[in-house]
Design a protein around this ligand. Structure first.
Ligand SMILES: [Zn+2]
Length: 208
């Protein structure tokens, strides 16, 4: 008598494996980060995640981290007085502002700005300051780094260079202008230092 065939086991339902969470970044001798323990943890997690998303961002952070002769100083906080995203002179960075941008562009706005793009700008600009650059030159270099980040993420448009990178919009907003016509209007509170909303304006359709 043949052995009994084993009972059919139910087909397992495939479960999607979530991608592993990237390790937080550990700042080395090239960084001088100040702020609360919670803000430092948020910053390190954000930097680690963006290093995993963008080779150019990873290279930027590693170059800064290796440049112990010119430490890049960032004073982390939230909703600091007078700070919109960051402050060149005092080295402040507003995590609450940065977090207003999404980590990925919304599906219906492929040219949208992201957290990582703005983080690349802040880090690059702070490093250029540490290298002795004045604001205008540091800001222009930072735009190059944020555009490299965008291209790593598959975004085809670039933030325009000064003086066409930003203009003031209605109600004290700031409008970021891209080379394909995409415009991102970032609303600000009455003090001009906290982000109240983001309006994404797709490029106009060319008329035949
Ligand atoms: Zn700048």
């Amino acid at each position: 008598m043949p052995p009994a065939s084993p009972a059919a086991s139910p087909t397992p339902t495939p479960t999607a494996t979530p991608p592993p969470t990237p390790a937080p970044f550990t700042p080395g001798a090239g960084f001088e980060i100040s702020g609360s323990a919670a803000d430092k943890a948020s910053f390190n997690a954000m930097v680690g995640a963006e290093m995993a998303r963008s080779p150019s961002f990873k290279a930027l952070v590693e170059a800064i981290n290796a440049d112990s002769a010119h430490p890049t100083k960032l004073d982390l906080g939230r909703n600091q007085a007078g700070i919109f995203v960051d402050g060149f002179v005092g080295g402040k960075m507003d995590l609450t502002d940065i977090e207003k941008w999404p980590t990925d562009p919304p599906a219906d706005h492929p040219h949208a700005m992201t957290q990582g793009q703005n983080l690349a700008h802040v880090l690059s600009e702070a490093h250029q300051k540490a290298l002795g650059q004045a604001y205008a030159a540091a800001h222009a270099t930072a735009i190059g780094d944020e555009n490299r980040y965008r291209h790593d993420r598959g975004q085809t448009s670039s933030l325009r260079l000064p003086p066409n990178d930003v203009v003031l919009g209605t109600g004290g907003s700031v409008v970021f202008q891209f080379d394909n016509g995409y415009k991102e209007q970032v609303g600000r509170d009455a003090a001009g230092t906290s982000i109240t909303g983001i309006t994404r304006n797709e490029p106009p359709t060319p008329t035949p």
